[in-house]
Design a protein around this ligand. Structure first.
Ligand code: GLU
Length: 526
């Protein structure tokens, strides 16, 4: 069934808002149902970012949802770069997208990097295709050349504002005769190409998230589809590419909902079957403000720099906005990518915007950290990361750092036991520097006779701080040592610091091996 425009007469409104969104209340047989168009095709979805900034959490979520949808349906996940607005293109944004998607485990099946049979996958490399396609619309009368100057358009804008009306193009060039057009073209007059937006009609569609919808675009003048510099505009390139790349489902941010009627009209003008649309409500900052590419904490890089685990970040963004089957009341746990594929259900996506629950990021990361520490193979990787982190954090102490694998493992295991550690970064913050910076070796006279005895006492039994506190007290009594002085000596041997965590606390965190090693270090030791 070919898409048919639903010929509903519009109730043309006064100068209210430019976009009118209506949820259709009744089941209408003429509402456009794209599902039939794609029923027999294998699923092809795409993430189509514009390289105007780095990948942010909203983009990551859109990419994730497309990826999960593709994988759940044995389909194909495409990444297409929409760089038709060259003036806003950030040079390394494209690399940033791919690097961060890969890091998050969202690997495209087709893209400029991954190849595929539907390329090029970057719009600025498809200009020839758009030129060919627009000819079809010019020939069938759905598009026309517009020669209006910027000056004229500016006058129109000003007049509209003065008359308290919404500025729009008055479609004047629709009425040029073929002879006039030919003359102007022969004259090389600057021109663009516009699409005839038939304002008498409102295309309705069945949105996978919002259900039946119709959005009035009648307030808008005919939109430009090819700009005077020869580049297509978003609407045109997006429709042409989705069609040629055989995209079956367009899952994109809800901010694009208002564009969908224009897209449906374009599909219809071409005589093409449109894909199914699903619009994803925004995720917002915890305070309800919009995530912006300009805010650091909205960018994926921000979390990578803080050593947040990819799966923790991925799970975190799935905890707002719905879309996943989770047992009600179940304890928080991270889903693997395979589990997310199974748990994803587009019908469960909330219709309203949702706020990020920042407090859950730490929990997700802690769970992921525990999983890594408990798995011997994954733990090796963590140990390496901690070594790098320590070196980066304490460059001045590079010759006296304790980077021993086993020491790091012991500290990590301790942290799992205490459930305190949410990110590796915490290991080098606050008072924990003593874990990594070896204290200056004390003169031999400090290696008093009690050292041997104390080591023997520490060798046996548990190494938790409660027992250690008791042991140290008993030990000082039995050996006639002044407790404060004894503690001060131990503190210097263990950490080389005068103040900081309690001695028993430090011993517990250091663990038995590192504690004994530090107490018994001599000048001749390395
Ligand atoms: N290029 C648009 C963006 O930057 C994508 C819109 C779409 O997915 O259709 O978000």
């Amino acid at each position: 069934m070919l898409f048919r425009i639903n010929p509903i007469k519009l109730l043309l409104r006064q100068n209210t808002k430019s976009v009118y969104i209506r949820y259709c209340s009744t089941q209408q047989s003429d509402v456009h149902d794209c599902s039939q168009n794609v029923a027999n095709k294998s699923v092809r979805v795409r993430f189509a970012p514009s390289p105007t900034g780095y990948l942010h959490l909203g983009g990551l979520r859109t990419a994730l949802i497309n990826f999960l949808y593709a994988k759940a349906h044995n389909g194909t996940f495409i990444v297409r770069i929409e760089d038709t607005d060259q003036s806003r293109t950030v040079p390394d944004a494209q690399q940033n997208f791919f690097r961060n998607l890969e890091w998050a485990g969202i690997v495209p099946d087709e893209s400029v990097i991954h190849g595929g049979n539907y390329g090029p996958y970057v719009q600025s490399q498809r200009l020839k295709i758009y030129r060919q396609e627009v000819r079809k619309l010019l020939e069938n009368g759905s598009a026309y050349y517009c020669f209006c100057t910027e000056k004229r358009l500016e006058t129109l804008r000003k007049e509209a504002i003065e008359a308290n009306e919404i500025p729009k193009y008055d479609n004047r060039c629709r009425h040029l005769t073929p002879v006039q057009v030919a003359e102007k073209l022969a004259n090389n007059d600057p021109m663009c190409i516009r699409f005839k937006l038939e304002s008498e009609t409102v295309p309705e569609f069945n949105d996978l998230v919002f259900g039946e919808m119709s959005i009035d675009v009648s307030d808008e003048g005919d939109p430009i589809i090819i700009k005077s510099d020869g580049f297509p505009t978003y609407h045109f390139a997006n429709v042409v590419d989705d069609h040629l790349m055989e995209v079956t489902h367009v899952l994109r941010g809800a901010e694009w909902r208002i564009s969908t009627p224009k897209h449906l009209l374009l599909y219809d003008a071409f005589g093409w079957k449109p894909p199914q649309f699903g619009h994803l409500p925004l995720i917002l900052n915890p305070d309800g403000t919009k995530l912006s590419k300009r805010h650091d904490h909205a960018n994926v890089d921000y979390y990578r720099d803080r050593k947040i685990f990819p799966l923790a970040l991925v799970n975190y963004i799935t905890l707002s906005g719905g879309g996943f089957v989770r047992e009600p009341g179940a304890k928080l746990r991270n889903f693997t990518m395979d589990e997310l594929i199974k748990a994803f259900d587009i019908e469960r996506i909330n219709k309203n915007s949702s706020r990020l629950k920042t407090e859950l990021l730490d929990d997700c990361n802690r769970l992921e950290l525990i999983r890594h520490i408990k798995d011997p193979a994954l733990c090796d990787e963590i140990v390496k990361q901690v070594q790098e982190l320590i070196k980066r954090t304490y460059p001045k102490h590079i010759d006296s750092l304790d980077l021993d694998d086993q020491h790091i493992r012991n500290v990590l295991n301790w942290s799992v036991g205490t459930e305190r550690l949410q990110s590796l970064q915490q290991l080098v913050e606050g008072e924990l520097s003593f874990l990594w910076i070896l204290p200056k070796i004390q003169p031999d006279n400090i290696q008093s006779e009690w050292v041997g005895k104390l080591v023997a006492a520490l060798e046996s039994g548990d190494f938790d701080k409660t027992r250690l506190s008791e042991l140290l007290r008993e030990f000082s009594k039995e050996n006639n040592l002044k407790f404060p002085k004894f503690m001060a000596s131990l503190r210097t041997m263990l950490a080389g610091i005068k103040e900081g965590p309690g001695v028993a606390d430090m011993m517990e965190i250091l663990g038995k091996t590192a504690t004994i090693k530090r107490i018994t270090r001599k000048k001749s030791d390395k």
